[in-house]
Design a protein around this ligand. Structure first.
Ligand SMILES: Nc1nc2c(c(=O)[nH]1)N[C@@H](CN(C=O)c1ccc(C(=O)N[C@@H](CCC(=O)O)C(=O)O)cc1)CN2
Length: 282
C-alpha cells in the first residue's frame, strides 16, 4: 500500500481562506497587518523564499516590505535599522531571513527584534516562552507541521515521535510542541548511534537534517507519519527532501512531499503569526 500524501500546498490555501474574517476585522479598525523582511546578502534560495513571503502577504491585501542589504552591512547598522522598525507602529512583524552572512551574529541580530514583533518566534524570550508552555509566537515551520498533523487527525497522545535535527528553528521547537501534545519524543542528531533503530520506532517521524534523501524506506516503521522538512536542490536543479520519497512512500502511512509539503505551511504560519501580532495591538 502506498502512503497518503499530505498536501501542504492545499492545506496552506485552506488556512489562508479561513484567515479572511480576521483580516477584514482588522481592516474595519483601519489596521493592515504589516511585515518587514530583512534580507542580507545574495543567497539565491533566500531570495526566492523572501519573494514568496512578500507575494503571499500582498495577494491578501496585507502590507509587506522587503529590505535587501549587501553582505558587507555592519551588525551595528542592521541592529539600528531593526530598532527603528521596533518603533514603527505600522510594522507588526519583523523577520530577518536566515542564514545571515558569517560576519553577522545571528543571535545578536534576532535578539534586537522586539519579542512582540518577532513573528518567526526565534527571539530567546519567545523560545523560553515556548519551552515553558506559554508561547507568544510559535516558529513557523514546526507550527505548520503541527497543523498538518492536526489536519491528518494524528493521535499524538502516547505516540512515539522522533525528530531528526536539533536546530533552534525547527528541531527543538518541534520536539517541544510534540511533547506538549502528549507524544514521547526522541531528538536525534548527527552523532546519534544507530539512527535507524530510533527511526524504526517512530509513529511520527520528523526529518530536518539538511541532508538529501538520508532517510530511506527501510528506516521507517510501517504505517508511520513521515514529515520531511528538508529542502535540498540537486545538481539537476530539482528539489529533494531529507527523505527518499520513492522508498518511504511504500512503507509510511502518510508522508509530506518536497516540494509542496512543509514549505508552503511555513509561509502561511508566518501570515498567522503576523495577523496575531496585529490583533494584539487592538
Ligand atoms: N527567518 C527565517 N529564515 C528561514 C526560515 C524561517 O522560517 N525564518 N526557514 C527557512 C526558509 N524558508 C522560510 O524562510 C522557507 C523555505 C522553503 C519554503 C517553500 O515554500 N518551499 C517550497 C519550494 C520552493 C522552491 O522552489 O525553492 C516547497 O517546499 O514547496 C518556504 C519557506 C530557512 N530560513
Amino acid at each position: 500500500m502506498t502512503a497518503r500524501i499530505i498536501d501542504g500546498k492545499k492545506l496552506a490555501e485552506t488556512i489562508k481562506l479561513n484567515l479572511a474574517d480576521r483580516i477584514n476585522a482588522l481592516k474595519e479598525k483601519d489596521i493592515i497587518p504589516g511585515l518587514t523582511v530583512i534580507l542580507v546578502g545574495d543567497d539565491p534560495a533566500s531570495q526566492v523564499y523572501v519573494r514568496n513571503k512578500a507575494n503571499t502577504f500582498t495577494k491578501l491585501g496585507l502590507n509587506s516590505s522587503v529590505e535587501q542589504y549587501p553582505a558587507s552591512l555592519s551588525e551595528e547598522a542592521l541592529c539600528n535599522r531593526i530598532r527603528e522598525l521596533n518603533n514603527d507602529p505600522s510594522v507588526h512583524g519583523i523577520l530577518v531571513q536566515l542564514p545571515l552572512p558569517a560576519n553577522l551574529d545571528a543571535n545578536k541580530v534576532i535578539e534586537t527584534i522586539s519579542p512582540e514583533k518577532d513573528v518567526d518566534g526565534f527571539h530567546i524570550s519567545n523560545a523560553g516562552a515556548l519551552m515553558t508552555g506559554r508561547p507568544l509566537f510559535i516558529p513557523c515551520t514546526p507550527y505548520g507541521v503541527m497543523k498538518m498533523l492536526e489536519s491528518e487527525k494524528v493521535e499524538l497522545r502516547g505516540a512515539e515521535a522522533v525528530v531528526i535535527g536539533a536546530s533552534n528553528i525547527v528541531g527543538k521547537p518541534m520536539a517541544l510542541l510534540l511533547q506538549k501534545a502528549g507524544a514521547t519524543v526522541t531528538i536525534c542528531n548527527s552523532k546519534t548511534k544507530d539512527l535507524a533503530a530510533h527511526t524504526r520506532r517512530a509513529d511520527v517521524l520528523v526529518v530536518a537534517t539538511g541532508r538529501a534523501e538520508m532517510i530511506t524506506g527501510d528506516m521507517i516503521k510501517p504505517g508511520a507519519i513521515v514529515i520531511d522538512v528538508g529542502i535540498n536542490r540537486g545538481s539537476d536543479g530539482k528539489l529533494k527532501g531529507d527523505v527518499e520519497f520513492s522508498s518511504a512512500k511504500e512503507v509510511a502511512g502518510a508522508i509530506t512531499p518536497v516540494p509542496g509539503g512543509v514549505g508552503p505551511m511555513t509561509i502561511v504560519m508566518l501570515l498567522v503569526n503576523t495577523i496575531e501580532a496585529a490583533e494584539r495591538k487592538l
